[in-house]
Design a protein around this ligand. Structure first.
Ligand code: WT7
Length: 647
């Protein structure tokens, strides 16, 4: 091992692990040399109506990219997450719910969850939802949201969950894209002592959208909301008229399971499509092995179900494994920066999984908040969503993990369905800031920007994946061509991740962040093109270019260069107005951090904006701008530097 900081797995982790270091090595080798044999064996972890005889049938060859796993298998996701556990652990808690307000909580056992899911599924059926129909879910962090997702899978409907922080316009775009005729929502959500007007946002979205026939509203806060006659239905009224008998729909392994919209480097968010069998095999296996999950443990992932982490690692992975999964409605700092640690002690959490942005903000609030809580139940800490800086990693290990918990840094993406690079606790030594080594079946390659494969161990470049794994997305909903163009065109024969990375002399991967025009703001993914398009839709804005810059808490901040219409004055009032505008267009996560009014943007003579220069100026690193002689008007650069906002 190199001289960098290295943490060997603890004796306790080694003693209990599902996979030892030697097993990791031999199983990994087999997963690559004999994927059919390896994954046929792993598929046995699920209950199938018909066990697959065909395992892997995939091609990354441009332009005929096609990905199928377990293609003649038949199963049902809700059956695997619920019914099959009833006999052995019907009375075990499936979901623990901790409310935003301290002292509010709830739970559902596997039996109760099964009952609630069957009833919700019958409500969907009674409202005309059929196998294959798309169902939009815009709900807060309550148990009913997991129930709604599982209810869709029970009847073979395809859910599209939209994060509760997205705006009415964002909802409208997603509803139109997938053609969903029904929306499941709540009166309001709660977060950090505030309420979020979910139903009101849906109403505003539907004012601009046709085709939605039904809105089913779950009562969460009980505050009054507008109900549209003939369209809107209270869930509690609807559920009173259905029974609890709902047989699971047998689904083909390659039937669509869900769509989840995510930002890319261009255009509107893409509907990432995941299918049934491969996703569940991969999600449940990674959940079990990356966290070394054992029966009876309490597992808490702090993500929102509106993101892929919430899908795979709050709902589907844990429930398929018969785990107890905790759902938290609130935020890390409400009422104060000890909330996470109070919740860990209250529910005796064994495995805790959060994002670097939360770790950094809690670290910034002061170590005393974590130090006060011994948290004896904790044994493993996960981190996910963005590169974690070694200081935050070490703080997490010392102050939260008390130097006795394993740290598991998981690199993956909405597109990958589950973990791709992460240490197997008890098998793989960790290094602060590295996601370490690939999961079974994952073959990372480091390519030079020109696409040359870096064969030597120590290498730097962009991260691509050589062959398919079962959790991989299958397509972009309604636009397979865009799927092929986005992920398989730039580096032919590979899945391109959009991330840069370094591989060290021990073969460990260090993800350095996006190399495309995608931002990662507090672990939330955002396309610069989306923010730009929101800005230019403002009547006073003529042109905009958006880049990321390093931000202490958020990882990346949003830096906007804005050219105004002739005659408009760029002042602080307009900056505030543009901030509010973008929030309203996309959602609070897209709020610009810094706005610079620029009379001109650096463009090549063919009119292409040179983003490299804008990034440098935003990073306050303008000493090395590189060649600016190809600019149509090199003088604009001086103005950009002169008026830079991040000093
Ligand atoms: C992008 C994917 C699936 C996790 C939630 C985010 C970045 C994610 C890590 C990590 C360094 C990470 C990458 C990736 N990312 N996890 N452990 N270390 N970077 O999913 O919204 O699809 O974003 O998040 O840049 O491409 P997502």
């Amino acid at each position: 091992m190199s001289e960098q900081l290295v943490f060997q797995p603890s004796a306790a982790a080694i003693a209990r692990t599902h996979v030892t270091k030697t097993q990791y090595e031999s199983m990994y080798a087999r997963s690559v040399s004999d994927p059919n044999g390896f994954w046929a064996e792993q598929a046995k972890r699920l209950d199938w109506v018909q066990f697959p005889t065909k395992i892997k049938n995939t091609s990354f060859a441009y332009p005929d990219v096609s990905i199928k796993w377990f293609e003649d298998g038949v199963l049902n996701v809700s059956y695997n997450c619920l019914d099959r556990h009833l006999e052995t652990r019907g009375d075990q808690t499936a979901i623990v719910w901790e409310g935003d307000t301290p002292g509010t909580d709830g739970k559902a056992t596997y039996r109760e969850l099964h009952d609630r899911v069957c009833r919700f599924a019958n409500v969907l059926k009674a409202n005309g939802v059929k196998k294959g129909d798309r169902v939009t879910i815009y709900m807060p962090m309550v148990i009913d949201t997991a129930v709604a997702m599982l209810a869709c899978t029970r009847i073979g409907a395809v859910h599209s969950v939209i994060f509760g922080g997205f705006s009415p316009d964002s909802i409208a775009g997603r509803v139109i894209d997938c053609g969903s005729k029904i929306i499941l929502t709540a009166d309001e959500g709660r977060r950090g002592g505030k309420t979020i007007a979910l139903k009101k946002n849906v109403d505003e979205a539907l004012a601009k959208t046709e085709g939605v026939e039904k809105v089913i509203v779950v009562k969460v806060t009980g505050n009054p909301v507008n109900m549209v006659e003939g369209r809107d239905i209270w869930y509690h009224d609807a559920v009173a008229t259905v029974d609890a008998d709902c047989p699971p729909e047998p689904m083909n392994a390659e039937d669509p399971l869900f769509i989840l919209y995510t930002s890319g480097s261009t255009g509107k968010p893409k509907g990432v499509l995941h299918t049934t069998g491969g996703y569940l095999v991969y999600g449940s296996l990674t959940h079990q092995l990356s966290f070394d999950y054992r029966n009876g443990e309490v597992y808490w992932c702090t993500a929102d179900v509106g993101w892929i982490t919430g899908h795979t690692y709050i709902v589907y992975g844990p429930l398929a494994n018969g785990a107890t999964t905790l759902m938290f409605e609130g935020v890390p700092t409400y009422p104060d920066a000890s909330r996470f640690w109070q919740v860990v002690e209250k529910h005796n959490v064994n495995i805790f999984h959060t994002a670097p942005t939360a770790i950094r903000s809690l670290m910034g609030a002061g170590s005393e908040y974590a130090d006060k809580y011994p948290m004896p139940s904790l044994r493993l800490l996960g981190t996910v969503g963005e590169p974690i800086n070694p200081e935050a990693w070490t703080w997490y290990r010392t102050h939260v993990g008390k130097d006795r918990c394993e740290i598991v840094d998981c690199w993956w993406q909405t597109e990958t369905g589950g973990h791709m690079i992460a240490p197997f606790p008890g098998a793989i030594a960790t290094k602060p800031g590295s996601a370490t080594v690939p999961f079974f079946g994952v073959q990372p390659v480091v390519l030079s920007p020109e696409g040359r494969i870096q064969e030597q161990t120590k290498a730097e470049g962009v991260l691509a994946i050589k062959d398919s794994w079962p959790g991989q997305m299958r397509s972009i909903y309604g636009d397979h061509q865009r799927f092929v163009e986005t992920y398989f065109t730039q580096y032919k024969g590979y899945y391109f991740t959009g991330d840069g990375c370094r591989r060290d002399e021990d073969g460990y991967y260090w993800i350095t962040g996006r190399v495309d025009d995608v931002l990662n703001v507090s672990g939330h993914r955002l396309g610069t093109a989306e923010v730009e398009s929101a800005l230019v839709s403002h009547p006073k804005v003529s042109e905009a270019a958006v880049v990321g810059y390093p931000h202490d808490l958020k990882g990346q901040g949003i830096y906007c260069y804005v050219t105004l219409m002739a005659g408009e004055a760029g002042d602080d009032a307009l900056k505030a107005e543009l901030r509010t505008w973008v929030r309203k267009e996309i959602g609070p996560i897209a709020t610009p951090d810094l706005i610079q009014f620029a009379p001109g943007l650096p463009k090549t003579r063919s009119g292409k904006i040179m983003r490299r220069i804008l990034r440098k100026v935003a990073e306050n690193d303008f000493g090395t701008l590189g060649d600016t002689s190809t600019l149509a008007d090199p003088a604009v650069v001086n103005d950009l530097i002169e008026n830079r906002q991040n000093r």
